[in-house]
Structures are given as structure tokens and as C-alpha cells.
Design a binder for this molecule. Sequence first.
Ligand code: SF4
Length: 111
Amino acid sequence: MVKVGIIRCAQTEDYCPGTTDFLMIKNKQGAFEGVEEDIDIIGFINCGGCPGKKVILRVRELVKRGADTIAFASCITKGNPIGYACPFSKKMQDLVKKEFGDGIRYMDYTH
Ligand code: SF4
């Protein structure tokens, strides 16, 4: 069982309720293609707003609730759906990886 927590962009919520992310997980497509185990969604939460300093707190709650995989949604890393990627994406991912280490699997997009 893969237990995924998704971090999304707070600025993008008005454009997107996350439908494609949930479909990707359900159909094992996009970043989830090739995952053979069942996928459990632990949480779907935004970064906390620009400039992303709350991301550690947000990920901590996901991990506390059992997430073993953290996915940064495509709104962050690819800029979906308006083609405006997060300017703080790399910094956020680096901070999260430094804080939570190798025990967590990281995905840098969802679809
Ligand atoms: S820090 Fe990045 S991911 Fe978070 S709200 Fe701002 S643009 Fe979106």
C-alpha cells in the first residue's frame, strides 16, 4: 500500500479542485503509472501560501497521519492549469527533503 500525501499550490485552488490528481491516482496514470500497490490518499493540502514557508508544517501533518509518499502537485512544479509554475518550488522541495529525509518517497509532479 502506497500512502500518498499531496501538496498543492494555494494560489491555484481557485482554478482547480484537484480532479485530475484524484483521477491519476484512481487510474494509476501520470506520476502514479507503474505503481502496483493500492494507493491510499492520506491528505490533499496546500503549501500554506507564498512563499511556501509553511510547507514543512503541512508535510509534517501528512507524515504524522501515515504518508510514506509526498507528491508535489503539477500546479506547483508544472504550473498547471495556467502555465505558472511556483517560483519557490525547488526551495520548498529541498526543505521538505532535508527535513524528512530518505524515509519518504518524493514525487515532483502528479500528471
Ligand atoms: S509558494 Fe508556490 S505553491 Fe505555494 S502558493 Fe505560492 S506559488 Fe503556490
